[in-house]
Each structure stands twice: as C-alpha cells, then as structure tokens.
Design a protein around this ligand. Structure first.
Ligand SMILES: C[S@@+](CC[C@H](N)C(=O)[O-])C[C@H]1O[C@@H](n2cnc3c(N)ncnc32)[C@H](O)[C@@H]1O
Length: 259
C-alpha cells in the first residue's frame, strides 16, 4: 500500500520535509535519502513546514543527536538502541556499527504507516509500543546497556506523562542512557508562534529551564550533559549567531540522562 499525505502526522512532517530539503541542497550538512524518498513520493508542496529557523534547528539537532549517539555506541558497541517515537526517522543507518540491536518504536498507527516505506533490516526492527506503557519492552533482547533516543517526542507530553515515561524506562532497563530533546517554558506558552509548528494542530507540553527538573521525577536518573541547539546553529548563519545571544535560553536542548 502506498503512503499518502494523510498518513504523515503534521508534526512528523516537519523534520521529514526539512531533512529532505537539506539532502537536496549543494553542500548538504546532513544527508537523509529516506526522508527525500518519502517527501518525493508524497508529491505535495511542504515548503510551509520548512521555514528558516526550524530548518536550522532540525539540521542542528540531527547533527548533535548523531554525534552523541555515535560516541555512546563507540563506548557500548553491543548496546540495545531504541528510537522511541521514531516517526519516519532513519537514525539506524547513520550510526550502525554492525553490532548494535536497534528498535524503531512508535504507536501502532504510526508503525503501520512506517511499514509502508520501511522494511525490517538485520538488527533493525520496528515495534509497536508507547512511551507511556512499558509492556513492549518485555519482548526485547537483553543487552548490558540500553540507549534510548527521544527526538521531538517529549516536547508534546505533560509533566505527568514525562514522569510516566522516565519511570517506565528506568523500570524496564537496568542500565541506560536517554538522549532527549527538551524545550523551554517559553515555548510551552508561546508554541502557537513557532514558525513551523503553528501550521499544525500540535501544542507543546511541559517545558523546562534545565534537565535537572527531570531528576525530581525519577531519582534513578542523573544528568550527564545538556547542550542548546544554539551551539550548533551558531556555526552556520548570522541569524543562528544572533539567536544564540538574544534567544540564549529559548532554543531546544539535547539532554543526556543516565541511570
Ligand atoms: C514530531 S514526531 C517526531 C518523529 C521522529 N522522532 C523525528 O524526530 O523525526 C513525534 C512522534 O512521536 C510519536 N508519539 C507520540 N506519542 C507517543 C507515545 N506515547 N509513545 C510513542 N510514540 C509517541 C508520534 O507518533 C510521532 O511519530
């Protein structure tokens, strides 16, 4: 069955449209052929989902998540890796070391859509599951270390849901890392002005000033590092440089937690 426009949830369309358009550029900073293939197949104009600041933000976060994920995989080459709320994202092919066991997990309706454009690969398996209920984790292979990626997912959760999610992860896996995209309380309140998300029905959930705020929800967690997307965005454009000053605490961050 073919993928149709209605299959792509609007918030998932944003990173896809951006990764596809960057891939098509000369001197592309990231290459994501799968995103390009999906957007080309949909055959619709997605330019409204690709404004400048969101474009730069998605490119920055893709580079930052990939870098940190590669570092962790170098340290734990046999890790169990989970892209939780994977949407249509194809991280496995960017970081595979030939040994990790990778699972792309999302809600059943999203996995059904993903199956229209992806097939399971060796050590890379799609699985229906929720970030709010750990039942699916019981059927995963056991590895000494688990690395969970949540990119563009926790931003839409309430504080209660974030708590449920991090409690579930710590209950399900003995040792792990969580690479998470966090956003500010400012964005929580002003999300309707976000240059790309304003074109969708999505609203932002609980925003934080620091990943430290997660530690009160789950005592097993510690915060390893937290980096604003500004750190990457300021390398590429004047607007990125300016935003790093005027929007110092406003941009999203990559937080790495450990338990
Ligand atoms: C904005 S998309 C991000 C997709 C992908 N991580 C990326 O960066 O391209 C948000 C994703 O979170 C998924 N999602 C929402 N609630 C979820 C839940 N409770 N459990 C797992 N995934 C969820 C959605 O289905 C969607 O695929």
């Amino acid at each position: 069955m073919e993928l149709t426009f209605g299959d792509v949830e609007e918030t998932a369309l944003i990173p896809l449209a951006i990764k596809a358009s960057e891939t098509g550029r000369e001197n592309a900073r990231i290459k994501d052929e799968k995103a390009k293939e999906i957007i080309d197949a949909l055959g619709v104009d997605v330019s409204k989902y690709d404004p400048f600041m969101s474009h730069e933000g998605v490119v920055a976060r893709t580079i930052m998540f990939r870098r940190e994920l590669k570092n962790l995989i170098a340290k734990y080459p046999d890790a169990l890796c989970i892209n939780l709320g994977c949407g249509f994202d194809d991280k496995f092919s960017q970081v595979d070391n030939g040994r990790i066991a990778w699972f792309d997990v999302d809600l059943p309706e999203q996995i059904a859509k993903r199956r229209k454009v992806y097939t399971d690969r060796e050590r890379c398996t799609m699985k229906e599951g929720s970030a709010l209920d750990g039942e699916w984790t019981k059927r995963l292979p056991k590895r000494d270390m688990t690395i969970v990626v949540m990119e563009g997912v926790l931003e839409y959760f309430s504080k209660e849901q974030v708590k449920t999610c991090v409690n579930m992860l710590c209950d399900s896996f003995e040792h792990g890392y969580l690479l998470a995209e966090l956003h500010s309380p400012f964005l929580e309140k002003n999300g309707k002005h976000h240059d790309a998300v304003k074109h969708t029905n999505a609203t932002f959930g609980w925003g934080t000033n620091s990943g430290e705020e997660y530690l009160g929800l789950e005592p097993r967690l510690s915060l390893v590092s937290e980096t604003s997307y500004n750190e990457e965005m300021k390398k590429y454009s004047i607007r990125g440089k300016i935003f790093a000053v005027v929007g110092k605490n406003l941009n999203n961050r990559l937080a790495i937690f450990k338990w």
